[in-house]
Design a protein. Structure first.
Length: 308
């Protein structure tokens, strides 16, 4: 058995490597392009991105519940100083996440990356949209990139990804994703992100990234204050290439069995009948407009028909 002192020394060395690295969280409602962003940024020599760590989504809730149960037990007996207070919990939570960040860096090193050039270690967990305050408390200088996508396309993409095994009918799944999942995640991020202060929160729309990828990537690298030469922008775009990751298909060529199914905007028009989608949009019309999406589905369908 390995000596615990050796284990602790190794842990300190590994986590020490990430202490001075900037922390970045890529967030967004599932099926909105978070993986696309992860792949592109992982192509930058100064950034390593892994995911999905699910730190505040899975790990920390169970951790805090365990602490609460422990403290409750300790309070039942004689007065004791043996408990975990809120400050202890925050420090321990950060140490656990630091351990995972250290693994991200080590994975990159084993893959041949020059980790001495790194300036950022990043995690891509879509559900961290609802955990910005907690993650910001743990990493006060961290940055957040929130990618948004039309909720109609998000719901359709979600259906083909895992909706068919969700136990919901197609109609139930669309209602669930558009009226519960999307407004919770997008609304939470748009509420909490801007309050972090200047230079810490950036919003990107999937549709804008499709239309002007080079410009959006350049702006993203500027937000992160990392190298943004034409060569590096090209490297990031290549790392996120739909053709490369989908096995040679171009955007619009569909493979329903592939994670990278189609990669286009507006595909909801091919799958969502107006009588299903319009009531969903009516319920979230305000948030859709604020995010730059027209909730009037009839107008969008007419425009698409006219274009064809």
């Amino acid at each position: 058995m390995t000596d615990i002192n050796d284990l602790q020394a190794g842990w300190r060395e590994r986590t020490g490597r990430v202490q001075n690295l900037n922390k970045l969280f890529i967030i967004g409602c599932g099926k909105s392009g978070t993986t696309w962003l992860r792949n592109m940024l992982n192509g930058h020599p100064q950034i390593v991105v892994q995911g999905e760590g699910s730190f505040a989504w899975r790990l920390l809730p169970h951790f805090f519940q365990a602490i609460e149960a422990f403290n409750k037990h300790q309070q039942q007996g004689q007065p004791t100083v043996t408990h975990v207070d809120s400050n202890d919990a925050l420090v321990l939570a950060r140490l656990m996440i630091d351990t995972q960040f250290a693994k991200y860096v080590e994975h990159a090193r084993q893959a041949g990356r020059d980790v001495t050039a790194l300036r950022y270690v990043a995690d891509k967990t879509p559900q961290h949209t609802i955990a910005i305050p907690l993650l910001s408390a743990l990493y006060p200088q961290s940055k957040f990139v929130h990618i948004m996508r039309d909720p109609r396309d998000v719901a359709v993409s979600g259906w083909f990804h895992d909706g068919k095994t969700s136990g919901r009918s197609f109609e139930q799944f669309i209602h669930h994703y558009m009226n519960e999942v999307w407004p919770l995640q997008v609304g939470s991020a748009r509420r909490d992100g801007p309050g972090l202060g200047a230079g810490r929160y950036l919003e990107i729309r999937y549709e804008d990234l499709l239309e002007s990828e080079e410009r959006i990537v350049a702006g993203l690298l500027g937000f992160l204050d990392v190298e943004s030469s034409n060569e590096i922008i090209a490297s990031c775009r290549a790392a996120g290439s739909f053709r490369r990751l989908s096995g040679g298909r171009t955007r619009g060529q569909e493979d329903q069995s592939n994670f990278y199914r189609k990669g286009v905007a507006g595909d909801w028009r091919n799958h969502l009948p107006l009588e299903l989608v319009q009531p969903c949009c009516d319920r979230i019309a305000g948030l859709m407009r604020d995010a730059g999406y027209d909730p009037d589905c009839g107008v969008a369908l007419e425009a698409a028909t006219g274009a064809n």
